[in-house]
Design a protein around this ligand. Sequence first.
Ligand SMILES: C[S@@+](CC[C@H](N)C(=O)[O-])C[C@H]1O[C@@H](n2cnc3c(N)ncnc32)[C@H](O)[C@@H]1O
Length: 276
Amino acid sequence: MSDIEEGVSRHYSAYDVLPRIRAGLQAMGRDPDHVEPGDLKLVDEFHIGGAEATAALLSELEIKPGMDVLDIGCGIGGPARTIALEKKANVTGVDLTPDFVEAASTLSSMAGMGDRVVFRVGSALDLPFADASFDFATLLHVGMNIADKLKLFQEAHRVLRPAGVFAVYEVMRTGDGTLAFPVPWAEREELSALAAPDAYRDAAAKAGFRLDGETDRRPMALDFFHRIRAQAAGAKPSPLGLHLLMGPTVGQKMANMIDAIKAGTIAPVQMIFRKA
Ligand SMILES: C[S@@+](CC[C@H](N)C(=O)[O-])C[C@H]1O[C@@H](n2cnc3c(N)ncnc32)[C@H](O)[C@@H]1O
């Protein structure tokens, strides 16, 4: 593991997520050992827009039943479970953070999906899979922790079959303003590898991808944050939510990220690439 990878893995493993999620489910009156996959959606889609953003991305991907899909930087497995359920695809998730991979597998079993998705520990920069193993690869809010974008795209290109699709939904730098830390993906600036859309496009082209579509999701993000703030006003916080993955500085992390999106400094951007 490189220094940044060690720091990133420590950042995401800091909060002992599985017992917190089980306690949150119990507080909501659920039996943690018998949940529906949908019960986990408040906590297992660790990116701006949550399950809505995953649905928006998937609506643009023609994933057919039985296809092989790799979710790179799968976190605790929410997007991977969604793809397996909705597209009836064979989904593998890979992530740098062993605690998240363990949580992804355990949550899948708790949701009766233990045999539908496979999770492995591994780096996006050295994927533990043979060449041409997958039809689709996805990357949701992972690239901002990875400095070497070219290697990231080269690895995705290597494991995809001919004409395979790499769907990317990432926080990117879209303006010159200052970004205050902490943010959800980095307690301090050294762990953040934010890059502009051009850097993603260039790395993808050099690795052998063609850009098939690009959408700036800033309007969706602003609407999403507006809605969750309105819902949260005056209400007791839900026992289950992304706060369980972000520790005691969650308020500051979210505020810094939302301020930067409002200012136009950063934005979530979706890009769909095809192996040329
Ligand atoms: C913000 S979370 C997003 C998780 C998931 N994609 C989702 O949307 O729910 C970022 C994830 O990227 C993983 N990650 C960061 N750098 C990585 C790398 N070099 N290789 C594999 N995973 C990485 C982290 O461990 C973490 O689980």
